[in-house]
Design a protein around this ligand. Structure first.
Ligand SMILES: NC(=O)c1ccc[n+]([C@@H]2O[C@H](COP(=O)([O-])OP(=O)(O)OC[C@H]3O[C@@H](n4cnc5c(N)ncnc54)[C@H](OP(=O)(O)O)[C@@H]3O)[C@@H](O)[C@H]2O)c1
Length: 295
C-alpha cells in the first residue's frame, strides 16, 4: 500500500494516475492531514495502515510558493523541513520506503556543468534552504529513502509556467521573458512514470537522484517554443511577440539560480529510464490541453 501525501497537488495528481493505471493500491491525503502536525500524522497512519501494510510513502506536499516563502520562513520551515521529521519518525517502524521531492534551488547556480547529486549545495532562498533541511532530516532519520531533486515542474493540474504563458500569450501583444536562467523543464507525467519505475523495480538503491527532462534552455527559449507549438495547435489565437530580458528587469523576491541544470546519469543508470526531451514532453502536454479547461 502507498500513502500519497499532498495528493491534490500538480505532481501528486500524475502519480495518482500512474498508481491507478498500474493497479497499485494507495491512500491519498492532502491538507486535511496536516503533515506539520505530528499527532495528525500519527493518527492518520494508525487509522489507515496495519503493521506491515504501509510499503511506500510518496511525499509531494511542500511549501512551493518560492517568493512568498521569503516572508513566511516559519511556515516554509515547518512544511518543507520539520514535517519530514514527523513523517519519518511516525513511519520508521513500518519498514516503509519514502519517496520525496526536492529542488534544483538547493544549488546556488554558479556551476557551468550540470549538477550531480554529490555537488556542494548552497541554497540562495528560503525555499531552497528549507527544502535542503528537509533532505537532511530524511537522511538522518530514514535510510530507506529516495530523494528526487527536480526542476521547472509543469503538469495538467495547477498553475505553472506553461499554463501561465498560454494565458498571457492569448491576452497580450508582447511579453518579456527572462533569458539568463538556464535549466530544463520537467513534465509531471514523465516524473510520475519515473516514480512508478522506482516502485516497481524496488531495488533498494536509496539516496538522492536528479530528474528533469532532457535539454538545456532558458525560460525565454521555453516561452518561444510554447508559442510556436501553441500557435500550431490552435491554443494561441493571436500574435504575441516574445522578447528576452534579464532577471534584473523582472525582479522577484526570491533569488533563483542562473544555472540549474541537473545531471541525470545516476537516475538513468539505476532504474533504467529513458528521459524524454523537453520539447517532446511539451508537445505531449499541449496535446492534452483543452483551452477552456486549462487556461
Ligand atoms: N513546482 C515546481 O516547479 C517544483 C520544482 C522543483 C521541485 N518541486 C517539488 O516537487 C514537489 C511537488 O511539487 P508540486 O508543484 O506538485 O506541489 P503542489 O502542486 O504545490 O502540491 C502540494 C500539495 O500539498 C498540499 N499541502 C500544503 N500544505 C500541506 C500540509 N500542511 N499538509 C498536507 N498537505 C499540504 C497542497 O495544498 P494547497 O494547494 O492547498 O496548498 C498541495 O495540494 C514538491 O516537493 C516541490 O518542492 C516543485
Amino acid at each position: 500500500m502507498v500513502w500519497l501525501i499532498g495528493s491534490k497537488g500538480m505532481l501528486a495528481s500524475e502519480i495518482a494516475a500512474q498508481l491507478n493505471q498500474h493497479n497499485i493500491q494507495w491512500i491519498g491525503s492532502d491538507r486535511e492531514v496536516d503533515i506539520t502536525d505530528k499527532a495528525a500524522v500519527e493518527a492518520f497512519i494508525q487509522q489507515n495502515f496495519s503493521s506491515g501494510s504501509l510499503q511506500w510513502i510518496i511525499n509531494c506536499a511542500a511549501y512551493t510558493a518560492v517568493d512568498k516563502a521569503e516572508d513566511d520562513h516559519a511556515m516554509a520551515q515547518k512544511l518543507n523541513a520539520d514535517a519530514l521529521i514527523n513523517i519519518c519518525t511516525a513511519t520508521k517502524h513500518y519498514g516503509a520506503t519514502l519517496i520525496h521531492f526536492s529542488t534544483d534551488y538547493v544549488f546556488d547556480g554558479s556551476s557551468s556543468i550540470p549538477y550531480i547529486e554529490t555537488d556542494s549545495t548552497n541554497p540562495q532562498s528560503v525555499y531552497g534552504r528549507t527544502k535542503l533541511q528537509g533532505e537532511q532530516n530524511i537522511i538522518e532519520l530514514l535510510p530507506e529513502h529516495y530523494i528526487i531533486r527536480t526542476a521547472w515542474l509543469y503538469g495538467k493540474s495547477g498553475n505553472n509556467f506553461v499554463s501561465t504563458m498560454l494565458r498571457l500569450m492569448n491576452e497580450k501583444d508582447n511579453l518579456k521573458v527572462v533569458n539568463d536562467q538556464r535549466g530544463s523543464p520537467t513534465y509531471a507525467i514523465d516524473l510520475a512514470k519515473a516514480v512508478l519505475q522506482i516502485i516497481q523495480l524496488d531495488n533498494h538503491r536509496y539516496g538522492i537522484y536528479h530528474y528533469s527532462n532532457e535539454g538545456n534552455i532558458t525560460w525565454y527559449d521555453f516561452a518561444c517554443e510554447i508559442y510556436r507549438q501553441g500557435k500550431r495547435m490552435g491554443l494561441i489565437k493571436k500574435d504575441c511577440s516574445i522578447e528576452p530580458c534579464t532577471s534584473s528587469e523582472f525582479p522577484q523576491k526570491a533569488h533563483r539560480p542562473s544555472f540549474s541544470l541537473l545531471n541525470k546519469q545516476k537516475m538513468k543508470e539505476t532504474f533504467p529510464l529513458s528521459i524524454p526531451q523537453w520539447d517532446e514532453s511539451l508537445t505531449s502536454y499541449l496535446k492534452g490541453v483543452t483551452q477552456n479547461a486549462q487556461f
